[in-house]
Ligand binder design. Structure first.
Ligand code: ADP
Ligand code: MG
Length: 262
């Protein structure tokens, strides 16, 4: 891929300070995500994945280092970054369509245009017929479909997803992975995805960055040359399983270290 750098995480470290204690969460992370790339950060629980993504989102500040998106230093949250979290973050008092339109409304877009874009994304995430439903009437998977649609509707420069399928059952999770793959193959948005799930990382990504146990550093980078479009069948192919074996061995060492903190 000869695409230019979209996101540059440049020598970023984060120390949390609370009650006189210091925790080095991430240590000198340096990585470049290319335009239109699907990149995943894979690491054991507590290694600093959310910390890194929150820094990119502008929700917290790095202790050292900077992050540039399209060359501009990130200092605060912005509409150029769409964010999807593990926990459901929909507004309970708004319908599916109203949730998806929320950012467009704030940006002052004309109503008819808002409706048109919201409908387009309702359909892309497979929620036709649920436009007027409130979040309480949706399953977990459907809520995450809305969250993805809401993030994409704003046409962000990059989409940031922090374990978005972590709370879903295995079958729903697999379906959501397929949906996200299809959407990515259609829109080619730059995506930075975070997960602790090896299979999920390989299935979705062009490139997987493996983190060490805390303090989180980048331990390895794996290219995923699997052909696209990708369907669930690919998970049983020899090339997929070889990549999985390689990644599992790397992540396992870190998972063991991570348990030793507890
Ligand atoms: P991950 O998302 O990979 O599970 P996190 O980024 O949430 O990891 O956390 C990395 C480390 O930083 C953990 O040890 C966690 O306890 C610590 N940590 C996270 N947030 C804070 C905070 N606000 N204050 C102090 N320590 C924190
Ligand atoms: Mg996390």
């Amino acid at each position: 891929m000869d695409e230019p750098t979209k996101l540059h995480i440049h020598n970023v470290s984060k120390i949390y300070r609370s009650d006189g204690q210091e925790v080095l969460a991430i240590d000198e992370i340096d990585l470049k995500i290319k335009n239109k790339e699907f990149a995943t950060i894979l690491g054991p629980s507590g290694c600093g994945k959310s910390t890194l993504l929150r820094i990119v989102a502008g929700l917290i500040k790095p202790t050292r280092g900077i992050v540039r998106l399209d060359g501009n230093v990130i200092t605060r949250p912005g509409q150029d970054r769409g964010m999807v979290f593990q926990s459901y973050t929909l507004f309970p008092w708004l319908t599916v369509t109203e949730n998806i339109q929320f950012g467009l409304e704030i940006s002052g877009m004309q109503k008819a245009k808002q409706g048109q874009i919201a409908q387009e994304f309702v359909e892309k995430v497979g929620l036709k017929g649920f436009e007027k439903t409130y979040p309480r009437g949706l399953s977990g998977g459907m809520k995450q479909r809305v969250a993805i649609a809401r993030a994409l509707a704003n046409n962000p420069a990059i989409l940031l997803l922090d374990e978005p399928f972590g709370a879903l059952d295995a079958q729903t999770r697999a379906l959501m992975q397929e949906l996200l793959t299809q959407i990515w193959e259609e829109l080619h948005k730059t995506i930075l995805f975070v997960t602790h799930d090896v299979e999920e990382a390989i299935f979705l990504s062009d490139r997987v960055f493996i983190m060490t146990a805390r303090p989180g550093k980048i331990k390895a980078e794996i290219d995923i040359p699997l052909e696209r479009p990708r369907g669930y069948e690919i998970k049983a192919t020899e090339s997929f399983l070889n990549l999985k074996k390689h990644a599992l061995a790397l992540i396992r060492e870190e998972a063991i270290k991570a348990t030793q903190y507890k």
